[in-house]
Ligand binder design. Structure first.
Ligand SMILES: Cc1cc2nc3c(=O)[nH]c(=O)nc-3n(C[C@H](O)[C@H](O)[C@H](O)COP(=O)(O)OP(=O)(O)OC[C@H]3O[C@@H](n4cnc5c(N)ncnc54)[C@H](O)[C@@H]3O)c2cc1C
Length: 334
């Protein structure tokens, strides 16, 4: 079938996983959405795919992840240790230029919680090159919980780590902390939106989020067929089973005619040798796009406030309402 209409949708993937296997699988899924190569996912493809992203520098895909560490003073347990333990204050000082990419929260015990996605941690480890002990400390602990990602980052010749105890916070613990106070803005919530290309432009204006979206440069719609988001005014004439609009409907017929004409032009451009990244110029705003969006509760709360509002475009409002429902289900209302 050359042209097909689909409805907008929202899928909540929940809190970014705190164990490596699930985290790698999610990053792989996000990355493969860009190229529509999800059919290449196998039981053991994630690690290789994510390491490929890392080595090619496609680091934004690695942002659909989160590692939350609890760091506590352990000087009593390691009496022989030379270095003094990390404190909340020393951490803030060392990461002054990196604070936008982490959340750091002091603990009454004198320790702290620190979160960041894979990419943030890579860049922070790089930044910490002037702080030998601190870099070694984080690298060892990140490597303990996420060996596939952080192994091989290199520890040679570094001074010993400070004496601290480190544990990993699971998703449930992150959620409970957030529910106890919005200042524990630690978990990252991941959603997949299926929406039109006009709406993806609006979504990606929310700079505090991370995004990976279907690429009109790499996807060849000539092979796949053209999928468009069903305009709301056609909902009544849409058949969910077949994905067809009733042809006797005047408006539906008009939309289909326009879409088929565009698809025909697109196909002609491909046939005369243009690459999909050039042939895409003719594709309409209504083109169905898949988009992974990840961010913290503070970002989502802001998104809901702006986008589930009377002034917002009706199609992004539909999406924001679904996001709102998801958070309300978790007990996080705004
Ligand atoms: C109804 C509506 C109509 C719109 N119309 C237009 C339009 O006509 N033209 C247009 O270009 N856009 C338009 N927009 C998009 C709008 O301008 C924002 O780009 C979009 O809503 C994202 O909002 P934000 O910047 O607050 O969110 P985010 O980018 O997610 O930022 C969240 C918060 O982080 C902080 N922040 C992030 N980055 C910075 C920064 N660089 N400096 C300082 N603080 C920062 C701010 O506190 C901000 O509120 C419209 C949006 C809405 C909701």
């Amino acid at each position: 079938m050359s042209v097909r209409f689909v409805k907008s949708s929202v899928t909540a993937y929940g809190i970014a996983p705190s164990d490596e296997n699930r985290a790698l699988r999610l990053v792989e899924l996000c990355g493969r959405t860009a190229y529509k190569s999800e059919d290449k996912i196998t039981g053991d493809s994630a690690r290789k795919f994510v390491l490929m992203l890392k080595s090619h520098g496609h680091l934004s895909v690695l942002e659909h992840s989160n590692i939350v560490l609890r760091v506590e003073n352990d000087s009593a347990g390691r009496a022989g240790a030379q270095a003094s333990p990390l404190t909340y204050e020393s951490m803030l000082e060392a990461l002054r230029e990196r604070l936008g990419f982490h959340r750091i929260h002091p603990l009454a015990s004198g320790g702290f919680l620190i979160s960041g996605n894979f990419r943030a941690w890579f860049d922070t480890l790089d930044h910490l090159k002037q702080h030998d002990g601190m870099r070694k400390f984080f690298l060892e602990n990140l490597g303990r919980f996420f060996p596939a990602i952080f192994a091989g980052e290199g520890l040679d010749g570094q001074t010993g780590p400070p004496p601290c105890r480190v544990s990993l916070l699971g998703e449930q613990e992150q959620l409970e902390l957030l529910k106890s106070s919005p200042s524990f803005d630690l978990p990252v919530f991941v959603f997949k939106f299926v929406c039109d290309r006009g709406i993806t432009h609006e979504v990606v204006r929310h700079r505090v989020f991370s995004f990976t979206q279907e690429s009109t440069r790499y996807v060849n719609y000539g092979n796949r067929g053209l999928e468009l988001i069903l305009p709301e005014e056609l909902y009544g004439s849409y058949d969910d089973q077949t994905g067809e609009t009733a042809s006797e409907e005047l408006l539906a017929g008009e939309w289909r005619k326009r879409a088929e004409l565009i698809f025909h032009w697109y196909g002609e451009d491909l046939a005369r040798g243009l690459r999909p990244e050039i042939a895409r110029d003719i594709l309409p705003n209504l083109l169905k796009s898949e988009l992974f969006v990840s961010g913290r509760w503070s970002g989502w709360r802001h998104f809901i406030t702006l986008r589930d509002a009377a002034q917002a475009h009706p199609r992004i409002r539909t999406i924001a309402k679904e996001v709102r429902k998801y958070f309300e289900g978790l007990g996080l209302g705004c």
